[in-house]
Design a protein around this ligand. Structure first.
Ligand SMILES: *[C@@H]1O[C@H](CO)[C@@H](O)[C@H](O)[C@H]1NC(C)=O
Ligand SMILES: *[C@@H]1O[C@H](CO)[C@@H](O)[C@H](O)[C@H]1NC(C)=O
Ligand SMILES: *[C@@H]1O[C@H](CO)[C@@H](O)[C@H](O)[C@H]1NC(C)=O
Ligand SMILES: *[C@@H]1O[C@H](CO)[C@@H](O)[C@H](O)[C@H]1NC(C)=O
Length: 194
């Protein structure tokens, strides 16, 4: 799922028109930007619809969700003072028929750790009636310091050096062994010829 998503990101034109519900990343790096992903695909592609996206946030030490961001009629508004000037719309552009409701945090702080909820209120407009569908997605965001690497990548680098050094050591041992063998053979040949 993640693979398809990043592939679509690179080759957006190939995926044009196709909607894939990729899960958001959940690990942000402090002081960097981070995209809170939220995609809700319209199941009935042929039916025109209008959607409103709302985001809610609950800090790691908080009990209740508070309104964070709302996007309606091609306009977004930041509702939480803690996020003023720090949020940008990263979802569907130039349409009322939203399928991507992602937002972008410009400069992540440790206080952004917590749970984010994204809701789509989609109204499907059939010729003689309207039908409303709500979808909700939950993201648990963890903020990590800059330049932390996973243990796995550190371990694999250490293993690489260990194997390089090990191979060189083996090469030296092998060279000494060969040199001795050759010199012994040489001495024997000398003795025989005397
Ligand atoms: C991000 O926030 C930190 C701490 O609030 C600040 O020191 C830094 O300058 C900010 N970076 C940008 C690019 O705004
Ligand atoms: C998301 O918003 C940020 C900040 O405005 C921008 O730099 C970035 O290119 C946007 N990404 C997408 C995919 O729209
Ligand atoms: C994070 O929250 C604490 C406690 O509410 C506050 O003192 C601090 O200034 C906040 N830090 C940032 C970078 O917003
Ligand atoms: C969807 O959410 C809106 C706003 O919270 C609510 O008024 C409406 O009844 C909900 N519709 C459905 C079908 O749950």
């Amino acid at each position: 799922m993640v693979f398809i998503g990043s592939w679509c990101g690179v080759t957006a034109t190939l995926c044009h028109g196709a909607c894939v519900e990729v899960d958001s990343d959940t690990e942000a790096v402090a002081s960097e930007g981070f995209k809170l992903g939220c995609i809700s695909c319209k199941k009935r592609g042929e039916v025109p619809s209008v959607a409103v996206v709302n985001w809610f946030f609950k800090g790691s030490d908080e009990v209740d969700y508070s309104p964070l961001y709302t996007y309606e009629n091609k306009q977004g508004e930041v509702l939480d003072p803690r996020f003023y000037e720090r949020l940008a719309w990263n979802g569907s552009k130039q349409t009322l028929d939203l399928q991507d409701g992602s937002i972008y945090i410009l400069n992540v702080t440790y206080n952004d750790t917590g749970t984010y909820v994204c809701t789509f209120e989609r109204t499907l407009m059939y010729s003689n009636y309207e039908f409303q569908i709500n979808t909700t997605k939950l993201i648990h965001l963890n903020v990590v310091p800059k330049l932390t690497r996973s243990m796995a990548s550190i371990l694999s680098e250490v293993m690489m050096y260990v194997s390089i050094i090990g191979l060189q050591f083996w090469l030296v041992v092998e060279m000494i062994y060969c040199y001795r063998k050759i010199s012994v053979a040489g001495e024997e040949a000398l003795r025989e010829s005397e």
